[in-house]
Ligand binder design. Structure first.
Ligand code: SF4
Length: 337
């Protein structure tokens, strides 16, 4: 849950999860829809699916007990080098290294390492350094548990003191060893490469309601937000954020409610007089900035790619399903305008 997500966001999710699925067996046996519902809003849903697959492997291959060997932990679905290192060092005090964004920043500054940490050469150098440090820690005799504490200390230092902006070097416990501080390079380390260009996407969605039932569909496997639910929607266009002309076009469309309604009507093969605007939502997925214009209708749309495999469900049924973040907001606004 904590990957790419802050602790304060996770606390409520964690409490809900542990109340519903308190052990490995219950996670392994849970209905996948329940897993998605408990994860709804946290994003990166592959993590939730992998968590369940890992629980199933632990149940079948290890009798329900979490493995303690690094190789076995690394082989579990969804667990990479960083997570395996964190589990083995923090839970079992093994000398396994960790390297996340916070640790990269601390090590780059502390040891004055330049070069893009995402590039193989610098990344390997940082992993090697993290490994040497945790192995040194394992030799410390009068501190228990040394590997666990070293790795947690590195993460906490990066999260609370050696922050990306305005690091608090004056209260840093390792300031006297810090190469970046000595060489006045704190602001330039770690080296960050140029961000990927963002793209703007404009989508239209349809909330069709007939006799208290709404038309929704489940996203297929293998796409972003796979297996989550949403209203039928269609992409109108995509433009690079650097492409001024395309952006102006998108903005122009946005400002022109009538032309937008006509575009939506064409996309869903309906009459524009059958559609009325419900809401519009802006959200981001990876490098995409998505503008979602939502229309409501009291007519059933004809069959199309957007409505294929759609299901008409009641409000009670909808409440049990996991929705994508944006379409969850649409649902909430529909029932609580
Ligand atoms: S002295 Fe400053 S730059 Fe160096 S590790 Fe501490 S907080 Fe980071």
């Amino acid at each position: 849950m904590l990957q790419q997500t802050q602790v304060k966001t996770v606390v409520d999710y964690w409490n809900r999860w542990i109340r519903s699925l308190p052990d490995i067996r219950s996670v392994a046996k849970a209905n996948p829809t329940r897993i998605h519902k408990l994860w709804e809003g946290l994003g990166y849903y592959t993590r939730a699916r992998n968590l369940q697959r890992a629980a199933q492997v632990i149940l079948h291959d290890y009798g329900g007990r979490f493995p303690t060997e690094y190789g076995q932990v690394l082989a579990l679905p969804g667990i990479g080098r960083y997570t395996a290192g964190a589990i083995c060092s923090i839970a079992f005090n093994q000398p396994t290294p960790i390297l996340d964004g916070n640790v990269i920043r601390v090590l780059s500054r502390l040891f004055g390492i330049s070069g893009d940490p995402r590039k193989r050469r610098t990344n390997s150098k940082l992993w090697k350094l993290a490994e040497e440090l945790v192995q040194q820690a394992a030799r410390v005799r009068n501190h228990r548990p040394p590997c666990s504490h070293l790795n947690q200390a590195l993460m906490e230092l990066g999260a609370l003191v050696c922050t990306p902006k305005k690091p608090q070097c004056d209260r840093c416990p390792v300031a006297k060893f810090c190469v970046a501080l000595k060489q006045n390079r704190v602001g330039s380390l770690p080296t960050v490469s140029a961000r990927k260009t963002t793209s703007s996407i404009h989508q239209v969605a349809l909330v069709a309601e007939i006799r208290g039932k709404l038309l929704v569909r489940k996203r297929p496997a293998g796409v972003v937000n796979a297996h989550l639910w949403e209203f039928p929607n269609v992409q109108l266009g995509e433009s690079s954020a650097r492409n001024g002309a395309a952006k102006r076009q998108a903005n122009g469309d946005r400002n022109n409610a009538d032309s937008l309604r006509q575009s939506a009507a064409r996309a869903f093969r309906m009459k524009s007089s059958d559609l009325s605007p419900l809401t519009s939502i802006k959200h981001s997925i990876t490098r995409y900035r998505i503008h979602l214009s939502v229309f409501r209708t009291a007519h059933a749309p004809p069959k199309s790619a957007a409505t294929a495999a759609g299901r008409w469900l009641t409000r009670t049924q909808l409440a049990k399903l996991p929705f994508t973040a944006a379409h969850g907001k649409v649902l909430a606004q529909f029932f609580n305008p």
